[in-house]
Design a protein around this ligand. Structure first.
Ligand SMILES: Cc1cc2nc3c(=O)[nH]c(=O)nc-3n(C[C@H](O)[C@H](O)[C@H](O)COP(=O)(O)OP(=O)(O)OC[C@H]3O[C@@H](n4cnc5c(N)ncnc54)[C@H](O)[C@@H]3O)c2cc1C
Length: 381
C-alpha cells in the first residue's frame, strides 16, 4: 500500500490551491452575500481542466483519475465550498452521466462542450415530493412520434438557471416502478422548459440552485440517455461516483475550517496566553486534524477502487457519510474556537458552518447513506 501522492498529484494540488487562493479567495464573501454564481470563473476553471476533470482527452477533457478528482474538489472546497459544489454537479453528475451512458454522438454533441467549459451542466433527479425516495418522481416523458414530451417539475437543481445542458430523469412507464424511469438530455432554452424559483439558501450560496419546470417540453427521441427504463439504475451508478466527490468536498471544507481555527488559536489571547496553549483548544484541533485525515483516507480509498473499475456503492456511501459528518463537527468546533468572532462575517468560520450542512443532505442524506451501507452489509452477510 503506497499512501504517497504521485509527483503529478502534488503539482495538481499546488496549482488548484494557487488558483483558489488567487482567483476565488478575494471574492468569497461577496459571492456569498450576493448569492452570485461566478460564471466569470468558468473559462479559468476550464483552463485548469476542471470542467472536464475525468472526461477523456478525446472529448476535450483532462482525463484525470478519480483520486485526482478528489484533490481538485478538496482544494476548491477549502476556499469556497459553493464553487466546489458547482464543479461537483457539473463533472460528477451531468458530465459523468453522459460519459457513462451516452452514445458516441451524444458525447460529441454534449460532453465535449461541457468538458471544454463552453457549457455548464446540470442533473435533475429531485422533485418537491421525492428527494430520498427519488423513484417516487412524478415528472413524465411520453413518446410522441420522433419526440419525447416532458411534463413535471424538478426541485433544488444545481445550475437550474445557469446550466446549458441538463440530464433529466422522468417516468416513461409508471407500472414498471423504478425500472420505468429513463434519462434524457435537455438543452436549456428548449420550448416548454423554464427555470423556476431561485432558492435563497443557508449556505453554498455561490452555487446556483433552482426549480426547473417542464410543460409539454418536446425533445428529439435521440436525446434519450441510456436505454429506456434504465434511467434510475444508471442514476444509482452515477451517484456511487458522485458521492466520492461530495466526500472530497467535505474533506476540503473541513480542512479550510481547521486551518482557520488553527491560525486564530495561535493569534488570540485570553487570560494572558494564546488560546492555543489551553488544552481544551488543543484537543479540538487534535480531534479535527485526526478526523479529517481519516475522512480523507476513506475518500481516497473509494476513489482508488473506482479508478480500478470497481463498483463502490459501499465504499462511496461510507466515505460520504463519514466525511460529511466530520466536516459538520469540525466547522462547529471552528466557530467555537473563534468565540464571538466565529459568529460574525469578518471571519470565515461562520460561512464554513453554514456551507457544511449541505454535505449531509445533497446526493443522499446521512440517513440514506446508512441505509445504503446497511443494505450492502446485509446482502453480503
Ligand atoms: C443546495 C442543494 C443542491 C442540490 N442539488 C441537486 C441537484 O443538482 N440535482 C438533484 O437532483 N438534487 C439536488 N439536490 C437535492 C438533494 O439531493 C435532496 O435534497 C436530498 O436528496 C434530500 O431529499 P429531500 O430534500 O426531499 O429530503 P427528504 O427525502 O424529504 O428527507 C427528509 C428527512 O427524512 C429523512 N428520510 C427520508 N427517507 C428516509 C428513510 N427511508 N429512512 C430514514 N430517514 C429518511 C432524510 O434523511 C431527511 O432527514 C440539492 C439539494 C440542495 C439543498
Amino acid at each position: 500500500m503506497d499512501f504517497r501522492p504521485t509527483e503529478e498529484q502534488v503539482l495538481l494540488r499546488r496549482s488548484v490551491r494557487e488558483f483558489a487562493e488567487t482567483e476565488m479567495r478575494p471574492h468569497v464573501r461577496e459571492w456569498d452575500e450576493a448569492q452570485h454564481f461566478p460564471s466569470e470563473l468558468v473559462p479559468k476553471l476550464a483552463n485548469l481542466g476542471l470542467m472536464g476533470i475525468q472526461v477523456s482527452e478525446q472529448y476535450g477533457g483532462a482525463a484525470m483519475s478519480a483520486v485526482d478528482y478528489c484533490i481538485c474538489l478538496e482544494e476548491l472546497a477549502r476556499v469556497d465550498p459553493g464553487v466546489a459544489l458547482s464543479i461537483a454537479a457539473h463533472n460528477g453528475l451531468c458530465a459523468a452521466h453522459i460519459n457513462l451512458f451516452g452514445t458516441e454522438a451524444q458525447k460529441r454533441q454534449y460532453l465535449a462542450p461541457l468538458a471544454r467549459g463552453e457549457k455548464i451542466g446540470a442533473w435533475a433527479l429531485t422533485e418537491s415530493t421525492s428527494g430520498s425516495d427519488a423513484a417516487g418522481m412524478r415528472t413524465t416523458a411520453v413518446r410522441a412520434g420522433a419526440c419525447w414530451v416532458l411534463n413535471g417539475a424538478k426541485t433544488f437543481i444545481t445550475h437550474g438557471r445557469v446550466g446549458h445542458v441538463m440530464v433529466v430523469m422522468a417516468v416513461t412507464d409508471r407500472a414498471a416502478g423504478s425500472k420505468g424511469i429513463s434519462a434524457f438530455i435537455v438543452e436549456h432554452g428548449t420550448p416548454g422548459m423554464a427555470a423556476g424559483k431561485k432558492e435563497d439558501k443557508l449556505g453554498m450560496r455561490a452555487s446556483d440552485t433552482s426549480e426547473v419546470l417542464f410543460v409539454n417540453c418536446r425533445i428529439p427521441a435521440d436525446q434519450l440517455l441510456g436505454h429506456e427504463g434504465q434511467g434510475f439504475v444508471n442514476t444509482m451508478e452515477v451517484l456511487d461516483a458522485g458521492r466520492i466527490g461530495i466526500a472530497a468536498l467535505s474533506v476540503g471544507l473541513a480542512q479550510g475550517a481547521y486551518e482557520a481555527a488553527l491560525a486564530y488559536a495561535k493569534e488570540r489571547k485570553s487570560f494572558g496566553k494564546r488560546i492555543s496553549q489551553f488544552q481544551a483548544i488543543q484537543w479540538k484541533l487534535a480531534d479535527a486534524a485526526t478526523k479529517i485525515e481519516a475522512a480523507r483516507l476513506l475518500t481516497y480509498r473509494a476513489a482508488h477502487l473506482k479508478s480500478r473499475g470497481r463498483r463502490t456503492t459501499l465504499e462511496s456511501a461510507m466515505a460520504k457519510l463519514y466525511a460529511s459528518e466530520v466536516a459538520v463537527r469540525v466547522t462547529d468546533d471552528c466557530v467555537q474556537i473563534h468565540g464571538g468572532y466565529g459568529f460574525v462575517k469578518d471571519y470565515p468560520a461562520e460561512k464554513y458552518f453554514r456551507d457544511v450542512k449541505l454535505t449531509t443532505i445533497g446526493e443522499g442524506t446521512s440517513e440514506i447513506q446508512r441505509l445504503v451501507i446497511a443494505r450492502q452489509l446485509l446482502s453480503r452477510a
